[in-house]
Design a protein around this ligand. Structure first.
Ligand SMILES: Cc1ncc(COP(=O)(O)O)c(C=O)c1O
Length: 425
């Protein structure tokens, strides 16, 4: 049995678009995926039929409560935790800023926070803000040849003063998947909090916060078929202990203590539906997953099982496509791929430069052919700076999602091959 890409594609209205006769290929997923019709309907349906504030005793308010409850429960099944450990917010960045301010209340001057050179600014900047209070930031180095974290160095930096270890699950710039369990173990050894940024990884594989044994994990629904809302898991015991910035009007109990003001109800309706879409992918590909990944669903049931199956199906589909993309690009003279070595865990996000070309010019030429790819540093600013690519416009990034096809990958390879002989710098 094969992955049913046509079943997936049929559900995304955006895929019908074309640019100057070229079918649009959405390879910009790491910046935000396209949205299936059922998610659009859930957002619109909320606004048309159920729009109200919460905790009223009339129909639309009660329906709103039920929809927000569903969003919490669906996200809990997505992450492998309980619904009271899931909070919604504007986006991952804003939730991390809130988290950092709560953690600050427990810190003394001289306490340390460990971040990495591989991470997106959203899991660095909020911690950097705490230096105003005397907190010291340590930075785990990246091996630039392989774009992987130097784990021995990371572990060496964790000491008695370390209070937070903040690591990304996967690099949105180059696709490296990190051993986040190892980060959680290192943090636990000294009683520090482990904070995992799963925004990039969440589209590409199943997440299990209990297995990682992390204290906090964040993601953003717009990176996995949903609207623009952020989601944060906080381990119950940690959530009960921490004191986020909040108003008297807000409930003290998790998960509501992290949810300031009136939330984005329609966005949460869509986020819940995006997770139902993934569960449906899992049901549709049940036999495919059982055949290709025997045993990986053992012990799971209900919606959690379907979600994990959906994410494994995605992973099984995307990995060979990414390999083909890498091989195709590697064969082109003047193309340099930045990312982990063969055999290292990675997502299907592939980044590269073309000799003699600024990254933005490459993205523009591809864009005119209907190939939507990102260029720049994607806010993984530290990594791109260390790679010395600032003056070349950073990287060109091709991100695959389960609605992309082998034919789209071939179009990218052909378009880049067409550039490689020319020079634009
Ligand atoms: C790895 C990673 N972390 C964090 C973020 C920030 O997420 P948000 O836009 O929800 O604040 C992004 C967004 O691109 C990302 O790719």
């Amino acid at each position: 049995m094969e992955f049913d890409v046509e079943y997936v594609r049929r559900q995304f209205p955006a895929l019908e678009r074309s640019i100057d006769g070229h079918p649009a290929a959405y390879l910009d997923g790491p910046g935000g995926t396209q949205v299936p019709r059922r998610v659009v309907d859930a957002v619109a349906g909320y606004l048309i039929d159920h729009n109200a504030n919460t905790h009223g005793v009339f129909a639309t308010s009660e329906e709103s409560d039920a929809i927000l409850d569903h969003a919490h429960h669906a996200a809990a099944d997505f992450l492998g935790c309980d619904a009271d450990e899931v909070s919604y917010g504007a986006n991952m960045t804003t939730l991390t800023l809130l988290l950092a301010q709560a953690v600050r209340r427990e810190l003394q001057a001289g306490d340390e926070i460990l971040v990495t050179q591989l991470d997106h600014e959203a899991n660095r900047g909020p911690w950097d803000q705490l230096t105003d209070h005397g907190v010291v930031i340590r930075e785990a180095p990246v091996d630039l040849a392989t774009c992987t974290i130097d784990w021995d160095a990371l572990e060496g930096l964790v000491g008695e003063r370390t209070k937070v270890v903040a690591v990304g699950y996967a690099s949105n710039a180059v696709g490296t998947v990190n051993d986040v369990r190892r980060a959680a173990v290192a943090a636990k050894r000294v009683g520090a909090l482990s904070v995992i940024d799963s925004v990039h990884y969440a589209l590409h594989g199943p997440i299990d916060v209990r297995d990682i044994d992390c204290d906090v994990l964040l993601c953003s629904a717009y990176k996995f078929f949903g609207p623009h809302v952020g989601i944060m898991y906080v381990r119950r015991s940690v959530s009960e202990r921490l004191r986020p910035l909040k108003l008297r009007a807000q409930e003290d109990a998790p998960p509501f203590k992290w949810e300031t003001g009136t939330l984005n109800h329609e966005g949460m309706a869509g986020a819940g539906e995006a997770i139902e879409f993934i569960a449906d992918l899992g049901r549709h590909h049940g036999a495919f997953v059982e055949e290709r990944a025997p045993g990986r669903l053992a012990g799971l049931s209900g919606r959690r099982r379907d979600i994990v199956a959906g994410m494994i199906a995605t992973e099984l589909y995307e990995q060979p496509l990414a390999q083909r993309l890498i091989e195709g690009l590697e064969a082109i003279a003047g193309v340099t791929i930045y990312g982990p070595p063969p055999g290292h865990a990675r997502t299907s996000t592939v980044s590269f430069t073309v000799e003699g070309w600024n990254a933005q010019d490459v993205a523009r030429v591809l864009g005119h052919k209907g190939l939507f790819v990102w260029d720049g540093d994607f806010y993984a600013m530290r990594l791109v700076e260390l790679l010395g690519l600032g003056d070349r416009g950073g990287l060109v990034r091709v991100g695959l999602a389960p609605y992309n096809t082998a034919a789209e990958v071939e179009r990218v390879v052909a378009a880049v091959a067409g550039l490689a002989g020319e020079r634009r710098l």
